[in-house]
Design a protein around this ligand. Structure first.
Ligand code: GDP
Ligand code: MG
Length: 163
């Protein structure tokens, strides 16, 4: 079975956008699609000749204001159980918030290879902002723009090297 990469993070940081960027398909619905239950969405990618599965742990979020902290942590626990590597996504344009810190703590303790993707770094001027997230404690901090694709190749290279 192909190794599994789990994408974790609180709502609205860009998990589904990154998932769609990686899988190159629309297996995960981005944004606020009303009335759809939260679920886990799996996709497949090939990178440097290897097949890997990816899971968007945010699934389909019915309302991006509906931040349910316990759900993020439940999904992270599942990810720690089943995934071979974990990418935590944060919104590089917002301040660090408590759920980011708690989630990072949980993931870093999980014993799996973990990577921090600082998302929404759409321009070079924004790149310095990624440094603010170093305090989360990840050794691997990668600025990306899921929307534009910038940095996503470097992120994949890093993650694949750990599989
Ligand atoms: P999720 O809740 O973590 O799955 O986040 P989504 O993928 O649904 O994205 C939430 C919002 O952030 C959407 O409006 C996206 O268009 C936006 N977004 C995602 N990635 C980027 C990015 O790289 N740059 C910018 N500027 N916006 C992004
Ligand atoms: Mg989503």
């Amino acid at each position: 079975k192909a190794p599994l990469i789990a994408i974790c993070g609180r709502p609205n940081v860009g998990k589904s956008t990154l998932f769609n960027r990686l899988t190159g398909s629309r297996r995960s619905i981005v944004g606020d699609e009303p009335g759809i239950t939260r679920d886990r969405i799996y996709g497949e990618i090939e990178w440097a000749g290897r097949d890997v599965r990816v899971v968007d742990t945010g699934g389909v979020v019915p309302d991006d204001e509906a931040l349910i902290p316990s759900e993020i942590f439940r999904q992270a626990q599942v990810a720690l159980g089943e995934a071979d590597a974990i990418v935590m996504v944060v919104d590089g344009r917002t301040e660090l918030v408590a759920p980011d810190i708690e989630l990072a703590r949980l993931l870093l303790r999980g014993g799996k290879p973990v990577f921090l993707a600082v998302n929404k770094m759409d321009s070079v001027e924004l790149l310095a902002g990624a440094e603010n997230f170093r305090s989360l404690g990840f050794r691997n901090v990668l600025p990306v723009s899921a929307e534009h694709g910038t940095g996503v190749g470097d992120l994949l290279d890093e993650v694949f090297s750990a599989l």
